[in-house]
Unconditional design. Structure first.
Length: 173
């Protein structure tokens, strides 16, 4: 039986992509609507910049939040979901940024994504790219350690990148 691609969810406020960690929306998993563990009581975690990706019951959380409490609560909520075997919490903590910095980060994310698309032996569709204050985070599930390393090298080579947090996870069969 072949391996299935990872399921990717980007939790964004106001968009129907998934359930907010701090709200009451649900996400679909394996064709069934499931209430996320703790979703009704959790009012402290903002899911605006948290990415949730799953592969064979392993959940990877990535992105940026303002506090350690938000990071911890996101992991607790994810762990409480039916079918989750483990949680890899790769969320980074970063402070608030100005609108100008957010715009610069958006441009940087686009440049890194374009560089990954142009790179040979990198499946850019498997890689999520987030940027905060010039720090680029690569997350998702990739096919090999070589692809993980190459993606990190490519991202680091983009002009203006201050740091790369390569939290890509190599899929196991």
């Amino acid at each position: 039986m072949g391996s299935s691609p990872p399921r990717q969810r980007r939790l964004r406020h106001g968009h129907g992509a998934g359930r907010q960690v701090g709200g009451r929306r649900c996400r679909r998993q394996h064709g069934q609507r499931q209430r996320q563990g703790g979703a009704d009581r959790d009012k402290t975690t903002k899911a605006h910049d948290i990415n949730v990706e799953t592969y064979k019951g392993v959940v990877q959380l990535s992105g940026f939040v303002d506090t350690a409490a938000e990071k911890d609560e996101a992991a607790k909520v994810a762990a409480g979901v039916s079918g989750v075997k483990s949680v890899n919490n790769s969320i980074s903590i970063g402070g608030k940024t100005s609108m100008g910095t957010k715009l610069d980060d958006t441009v940087m994310t686009g440049k890194v994504k374009a560089a990954l698309m142009d790179a040979s032996n990198v499946k850019s569709g498997q890689i999520n790219v987030e940027t905060k204050s010039g720090v680029v985070q690569l997350s998702g599930f990739v096919d090999s350690a070589a692809m993980k390393d190459k993606a990190g090298t490519v991202a680091a080579g983009v002009s203006g990148v201050k740091e790369v947090q390569n939290v890509l996870v190599v899929r196991t069969n």
